[in-house]
Ligand binder design. Structure first.
Ligand code: SF4
Ligand code: SF4
Ligand code: SF4
Length: 520
């Protein structure tokens, strides 16, 4: 009897030993899309080896796993930086099909538009392999269409903060200057031009007009190696043109924000060099690093090896020898905090003093514990919210003011501040990791604060526009209206486009039947 009992206990033990622990922590459930057919599917967020992965299963196309964040601890901690959203004055659509098929914005959206993006054309004077807009022939919006977009934006926002003109390549649109002026005329606080810089480098008349209108220049700049530009831009010799454009902007006193797309194994070794160059160049006020966006014609990649914001931040620390450190970067609270991280530094010659080393930015922007002391604390928090915002435009008067307040709070620099020249001492580094079809997370999307503005007043969150099938459908409809647009131009009469409609019946998406992919 006793022998039998021992055997039974042993067998139970052996059976128990056969069970194994998962090699991950199941963190949360969210919704995503199938990278193949783009249907909405459940997705699990898993923590493994201090990284964050998304795992999902499409009934037709099987399972997918992708790296979404290179630092699990930072991902979990980022929840406290999630600021309550601000509701826009108007919504343009109803809740009918469910997110992400009701954009927008629909009343379920959790944030207003900090940044409105207008793609004025689809054509470009470059042919980059990395192009999520899939630039090429298609449409050129009319000035009236853009004015109508701006009016809708003002109606939804009241006082819109930032509008960014994009494309295609917006600088080659024949009416880009009147469009920039139309935005300025509506008192939109900051007007940006997103450009590859070719026209700035080569066209004196264009540069002179730019210096007059003075938009902030969002300037494509991926590094210094010829091989980088060959792979990403298909133009190995373009560097000298980019440098010339930046020098010409400096001559005119026009501020620029460098926008490097960083791809693992291509230009990830150039991060430190880009920062050192930017710190020294008189036109450059900030850098907006973006892990290469794998959408459209740059879709092919290994989703488990993609670059994420924490990976880039680690590279920044390594390649600047600690001039900027991982702890200097704080998530941006207006959107979902894992989408963007930012730091600012006070720069005086060789001295680079990142603000978070002197001021407890983490505590001020902690919306869970809300530990900030009232009075002075509230004022500093407001300034930091302005700095750590998607609508922050480096080089702008508002940002300089907010920086001044933050510097004063931490006693920078010794001997007090001269606000009049402070813009020359302020430098920002932003990181922006767009969602791709592998990492698409509805939770982030519902709080997205960067919207593509369409002629009928619809606002489509950027990561919905580029992943779900909106871009393909909008482009097809805007392109189909081009003959009518041209006719109106010939006849000298105003043109207003037809409202855009979107359908998400299966099959659709990049690999489906609704058209081609977009820019990466
Ligand atoms: S992303 Fe926002 S606007 Fe679009 S469907 Fe979802 S909640 Fe609505
Ligand atoms: S990424 Fe920009 S510059 Fe390159 S082809 Fe596309 S629109 Fe043109
Ligand atoms: S554009 Fe994409 S990555 Fe950026 S805030 Fe919106 S959802 Fe997040």
């Amino acid at each position: 009897m006793s022998i039998d009992l021992t055997m039974s206990a042993l067998s139970t033990l052996v059976t128990q030993d056969l069970k194994q622990d998962a090699d991950y922590i199941f963190y949360e459930l969210t919704r995503s899309i199938c990278p193949e057919c783009r249907r909405v599917i459940d997705a699990k967020i898993l923590l493994r080896d201090d990284k964050v992965y998304m795992h999902k299963l499409c009934p037709d196309h099987g399972s997918f796993e992708s790296l979404v964040y290179g630092d699990a601890q930072a991902y979990v901690n980022s929840a406290r930086f999630n600021k309550p959203g601000t509701i826009p004055l108007q919504f343009s659509t109803e809740i009918t099909h469910g997110c992400p098929h009701d954009c927008g914005l629909c009343p379920d959206h959790q944030q207003h538009a900090c940044v409105g993006i207008i793609e004025v054309n689809s054509a470009c004077n470059m042919d980059c392999p990395l192009c999520f807009a899939d630039a090429g022939a298609g449409f050129n919006l009319t000035l009236e269409e853009v004015e109508s977009i701006l009016d809708h934006f003002v109606a939804a926002e009241g006082n819109p903060q930032v509008v960014q003109f994009s494309g295609g390549e917006p600088s080659i649109h024949p009416q880009i200057m009147p469009m920039l002026r139309a935005a300025k005329a509506r008192d939109i606080e900051y007007v940006m031009l997103n450009t590859n810089g070719k026209r700035i480098a080569n066209d004196d008349e264009f540069l002179a007009e730019l210096a007059e209108v003075r938009p902030a220049i969002y300037f494509q700049f991926d590094g210094f190696d010829s091989e980088t530009y060959r792979i990403i831009r298909n133009e190995p010799d373009i560097l000298s043109e980019k440098l010339r454009a930046l020098d010409r902007l400096a001559e005119k006193g026009c501020p620029a924000i460098l926008v490097p797309a960083i791809e693992r194994g291509v230009n990830d070794h150039e991060v430190g060099k880009i920062i050192r160059f930017a710190l020294e160049h008189p036109a450059v006020k900030a850098i907006n690093f973006q892990p290469a966006f794998h959408a459209g014609r740059f879709g092919q990649h290994d989703p488990l090896q993609r670059m994420t914001n924490p990976d880039l931040i680690k590279l920044i620390e390594e390649q600047t020898d600690g001039m900027f450190q991982v702890s200097d970067f704080v998530p941006v609270p207006c959107c979902f905090p894992t989408c963007n991280s930012v730091t600012y530094a006070y720069v005086d010659g060789e001295d680079v003093l990142p603000l978070p080393r002197f001021l407890d930015v983490d505590d001020y922007l902690d919306y869970i514990s809300n530990r900030v002391i009232p009075d002075v604390g509230a004022e500093i928090r407001k300034a930091l919210e302005g700095l750590w915002s998607s609508s922050a435009v480096p080089g702008s008067a508002k940002l300089i003011q907010e920086f001044a307040l933050s510097c004063a709070a931490c006693g920078l620099p010794d001997g007090g501040l001269d606000i009049s020249g402070l813009g020359d001492f302020m430098f920002g580094i932003m990181l922006q990791d767009f969602l791709d079809p592998w990492t698409f997370n509805q939770k982030n999307l519902m709080k997205c604060c960067k919207e593509i503005l369409l002629p009928d007043g619809k606002q489509i969150p950027f990561c919905a526009y580029n992943n779900v099938g909106y871009r393909e459908q909008a482009r097809a409809q805007l392109t189909a209206q081009e003959p009518a647009r041209n006719r109106a131009r010939r006849e000298g009469v105003p043109f207003q486009s037809q409202p855009l409609t979107f359908s998400f019946e299966q099959p659709f998406g990049v690999n489906g039947t609704n058209g081609k992919g977009g820019r990466g």
